[in-house]
Design a protein around this ligand. Structure first.
Ligand code: MGP
Length: 208
């Protein structure tokens, strides 16, 4: 480490491959890049929505690619517990629309759990926060498999889901399900279902 002119410790850029706050401890303005850029979406489709017009209610809110910008977004949007019934937040890798029809999702599926609203009100904000942190922080062994995450606010429950790129590899799916449960401290059984089965209301595939 080098002693800079104003007596603060500075890491010369060539000594570290990462840009951290220590590269400029005076201005403290370095940002920590995420591996992927992520886009936050919101929707509240309402009762008149169906599979044909559902996309129209999707609103793209913001894209970020650093840790600091994630917190900037998180600290300035409404918490899940305060959202109106029928609302959803979708956090997806940039370029992937949070819908079954997107090329990245169309052969995929999702891990999900419905948590009773009355019992989960005090915990849902942290469960969603830690779900997002697991996604953007690449907690998953098969990171490339993860397309995004969704939190849904319904009259009787909150639903947390993580969407995957494929739905035919049980080992990969189980690994993601187990990691998600642990990272977000989710109690209860999560179910995996392919989007194809969700849209046709077919049975569940795997549980964790
Ligand atoms: P939902 O909100 O995922 O299910 O989908 P939920 O919470 O069980 O239902 P709700 O009525 O309580 O909100 C609800 C409906 O939205 C679906 O039946 C579709 O009509 C539409 N929809 C949801 N998604 C995720 C999609 C999608 O990806 N593509 C299309 N075309 N429609 C969708």
């Amino acid at each position: 480490m080098a002693q800079s002119d104003n007596n603060t410790l500075a890491v010369p850029a060539e000594e570290s491959k990462y840009v951290t706050v220590f590269n400029d401890p005076v201005n403290f303005n370095a940002k920590h890049p995420l591996h992927s850029s992520w886009t936050l979406w919101f929707d509240n489709p309402g009762k008149k929505s169906n599979a044909n017009n559902w996309e129209q209610s999707l609103k793209e809110l913001i894209t970020f690619d650093t840790v600091e910008d994630f917190w900037g977004v998180y600290n300035n949007i409404m918490k899940t517990c305060d959202l109106a019934i029928s609302s959803n937040y979708h956090l997806f890798k940039q370029g992937i629309k949070p819908m079954w029809e997107d090329p990245a999702n169309k052969r995929g599926g999702k891990w999900s759990i419905q948590l009773p609203r009355n019992k989960t009100m005090g915990e849902i904000d942290n469960i969603w926060l830690f779900t997002m942190l697991a996604c953007i922080g690449e907690a998953f062994e098969y990171e490339n498999e993860v397309c995004g995450a969704v939190v849904s606010v319904r009259k009787a429950f909150f639903r947390i889901a993580v969407w995957t790129r494929s739905s035919d590899n049980q080992d990969m799916a189980m690994s993601i399900g187990r990691t998600l449960k642990k990272a977000a401290n989710i109690h209860g059984t999560m179910e995996f279902q392919s989007h194809h089965d969700s849209s046709s209301n077919a049975g569940k595939a795997w549980t964790v």
